[in-house]
Design a protein around this ligand. Structure first.
Ligand code: SF4
Length: 235
């Protein structure tokens, strides 16, 4: 894809999400808009795999990429995911996810960026090596794919090798990332929190109390400092 193609793709995803959230007021409507943006990302992935003849080696029950402790996402995706969990999990399952998410948050809170990148830890939503919230998972989890599961297994077994080869199809990953960013940009343009958050840490806060979502709906930062995604600090 050329730069112009990628810009066109980002713009199309931004415009579609902006149209979905225009006039929305209730949290439910924003969650529905997020799930529609996810559905568009799924369609794009299918189209790209077909166009580039990508042979995907991912299989249910692998779960290697769901052990990357550093999974960054945005607040609108966390709240849509939390909403999906509340609607689809039993009360006991919700409590269990909250407990695992809080354990995750406590485990990663004090890590530096590099330590976090080197950490192997199952996502709080991974059960029996499958995503228990697959239909509600955030964009970053939809972008991930592998053409060779042996590359993922090596990365899983060698977390200190931060320069390890990626199993993704580069063109597909780039286009999916750009499209997902386009959807996110629509939420930012509408005045919502633009912070990148650690998925497990933000999910723990979203499931524990209604206050983060109330802050988010007011256009304020949704989650605590410790839930923020770790970023490079300028040297
Ligand atoms: S949300 Fe689901 S797909 Fe994403 S890392 Fe967690 S278990 Fe894996």
């Amino acid at each position: 894809m050329t730069r112009e193609d990628l810009l066109e793709l980002a713009t199309a995803f931004r415009d579609a999400a902006a149209e979905d959230i225009a006039g929305a007021e209730a949290a439910e409507q924003f969650h529905a808009a997020t799930l529609r943006a996810h559905a568009r990302l799924n369609q794009l992935e299918a189209q790209l795999f077909a166009d580039y003849e990508v042979r995907v080696d991912c299989k249910a029950g692998c779960g290697a990429c769901c052990h990357l402790a550093k999974i960054d996402t945005r607040a609108h995706e966390v709240f849509a995911l939390a909403d999906w969990i509340r609607k689809n999990f039993t009360s006991a399952e919700c409590d269990a996810v909250l407990e695992r998410a809080q354990a995750h948050a406590a485990a990663v809170a004090g890590l530096t960026l590099e330590q976090h990148l080197r950490t192997v830890r199952a996502c709080p939503l991974l059960r029996d090596m499958k995503c228990s919230a697959h239909p509600g998972r955030p964009g970053v989890c939809r972008i991930g794919h592998s053409q060779d599961v042996r590359i993922c297994e090596r990365a899983f077994q060698n977390p200190d090798d931060l320069a390890a080869k990626s199993g993704s199809h580069a063109e597909t990953k780039l286009a999916m990332t750009v499209a997902s960013d386009g959807s996110t940009f629509a939420f930012i343009e509408a005045g919502f929190d633009k912070t990148a958050y650690d998925l497990g840490s933000a999910l723990a806060e979203a499931l524990a109390s209604p206050e983060p979502q109330e802050r988010w709906l007011r256009g304020e930062p949704a989650f605590s400092e410790s839930a923020k995604a770790k970023q490079e600090t300028p040297g």
